[in-house]
Write a protein that binds this ligand. Structure first.
Ligand code: HEC
Length: 463
């Protein structure tokens, strides 16, 4: 296993110093002297800097020696706990695009660097990578900003909003990629955006109604009314779910041309059902925006989605009612009706979730691992993209299993003393309710799919 990790990160590890009497830990030797310039900077630049840089979303920068030396002890702690870099999925169970984790050796290097006295070393550190401003993908075809600046009251609480971001186009078209760019990078924690397409003659004014509803988490009919989501005749427009998701340091999923672009009508809006802002002691503001890149035409292969579990196509068993002071396991199962190629998966639980696991069992009894999250973290809910399309044959059963910890040992338990936590019965839900969902995006299988890489297209970075 170390060999596999080493081959991924091999170029940045300098592990064996010939004949050295380095400290012996696990199966590797550490250098006599660990220095920032030689050993630490490459680890930090690759694994921490994507978020810990100016405008990167994390609370402080980690680029130069002094940024890192100042917090060295804390860095050694959060890395050995595997709290940072945040990647809750077990990389040994399944690898995904953009995964970030440190090897045991890298963690030991960080620890030894602190013990050795945080040496800077001679020479220069390697050049940190360059990050484009505004867009990671070059010049967008269209920028759609929030209509209103969002006010975030300085009350030290996590804030959840629902935001409507309406826009108009000269004609119906197709979108290849949607990139969310946070305005207030320190406070925008995550967002999950859906696309609303209006029938042209059923909505006079897409901009009418409120654009932001504060302190609601999820969506209720009242919220929809305040935002004036419906057509003028009261009917609801079409909603394409999860077209854009944001977490600090995560690139949006981008598929090869022809796969999974979205149709967008002349009158449209993004609906952000959970715009999550982190706590702040001072009043603050945010005006985020979407960068849109158009597709050349209609998708040859539109992306489809299955939602398993709560409010979805498969039942949660037993029913998700978690009594106080108990630990409970639930599961859901779904039989795949035809050969499919999986693209991304998104496990979803709330605060008392503790671990999550999903796999498929083929009709021949072969087990295909999908994802294992041994230490659930409500704050880091990625849409995990497979490195290559993953074929699941017809008749396979997809199993998902979740463990909930409603005791006080769970530091995220929202209630003290614990209370019974239940699933919402309708779409009216709060973070303190629970959910058990597994969202899968897929295409009907075509021969050769398993060789198609889902790594972002390198050509788009040439700017
Ligand atoms: C995907 C983005 C991301 C990456 C990658 C990342 N961090 Fe962080 N880090 C954050 C965010 C956001 C916070 C603040 C919120 C939190 O603690 O969850 C944070 C907080 C921290 C803290 C403060 C923890 C505390 O308890 O106050 C430390 C230390 C830290 N990161 C170190 C690192 C190190 C070291 C790496 C690389 C090995 C790293 N981070 C990689 C996003 C990231």
């Amino acid at each position: 296993m170390f060999d596999r990790m080493r081959s991924i990160l091999g170029s940045i590890l300098i592990l064996f110093v010939a004949g050295c009497s380095g400290v012996q830990t696990h199966q590797f030797d550490l250098p006599e002297q660990v220095t920032f310039n030689e050993h630490i900077a490459p680890i930090i630049h690759q694994n921490c800097m994507p978020c810990h840089r100016k405008d990167g979303g994390a609370p402080f920068e980690m680029v130069k020696y002094k940024d890192v030396a100042k917090r060295a002890k804390m860095i050694a702690e959060v890395t050995s706990d595997r709290y940072m870099p945040p990647w809750p999925a077990d990389p040994n169970y399944r690898s995904f695009v953009g995964e970030r984790f440190l090897t045991e050796e890298q963690i030991a290097l960080l620890e030894k660097w602190v013990e050795d006295g945080r040496l800077e070393g001679s020479g220069n550190p390697p050049e940190p990578p360059n990050y484009a401003e505004g867009s990671m993908f070059g010049e967008p075809d269209l920028v759609v900003p929030f209509q209103d600046t969002v006010f975030i009251e300085g009350n030290n609480l996590d804030r959840f909003m629902v935001v409507k971001v309406p826009f108009e186009l000269p004609k119906d078209t197709f979108i290849r990629l949607i990139e969310f760019v946070p305005g207030n990078r320190e406070l925008v924690h995550h967002m999950n955006g859906h696309l609303i397409n209006y029938d042209f003659d059923k909505k006079q004014d897409v901009f009418e109604g409120q654009h932001v509803v504060t302190d609601v988490d999820g969506s209720t009919i009242e919220t929809y009314q305040q935002l004036s989501i419906a057509h003028d005749d009261g009917s609801f427009p079409t909603l394409t779910p999860s077209v854009s998701n944001y977490l600090p340091g995560v690139l949006p999923a981008m598929y090869p041309e022809g796969i999974g672009s979205y149709k967008v009508n002349r009158k449209a809006a993004f609906l952000i059902k959970n715009m999550h802002y982190g706590p702040t002691p001072k009043d603050a503001y945010d005006r985020s925006y979407f960068n849109i890149f158009f597709a050349k035409g209609a998708p040859q292969r539109p992306i489809k989605e299955w939602l398993l579990g709560t409010l979805g196509i498969s039942e949660v068993e037993p029913a998700l009612v978690v009594p106080p002071d108990s630990i409970m396991k639930v599961q859901t199962e779904f039989t795949v009706p035809f050969d499919v190629s999986l693209l991304t998966i998104n496990p979803h639980m709330h605060l008392i979730g503790r671990d999550f696991k999903a796999w498929a069992t083929t009709p021949e009894g072969e087990e295909i691992p999908l994802i294992s999250i041994p230490k659930w973290d409500f704050r880091w809910q990625y849409f995990y993209t497979f490195k290559q399309m993953l074929k699941i044959p017809k008749g396979s059963v997809i199993h998902a299993e979740g463990l909930y910890d409603n005791t006080l040992d769970n530091p995220n338990n929202p209630f003290d003393p614990p209370k019974t936590v239940v699933e919402p019965v309708n779409r009216d839900m709060k973070t303190t309710d629970e959910m058990f969902q597994f969202i899968i995006t897929y295409l009907p299988y075509q021969a050769g799919d398993e060789h198609i890489s889902l790594e972002p297209d390198a050509r788009l970075f040439e700017h």
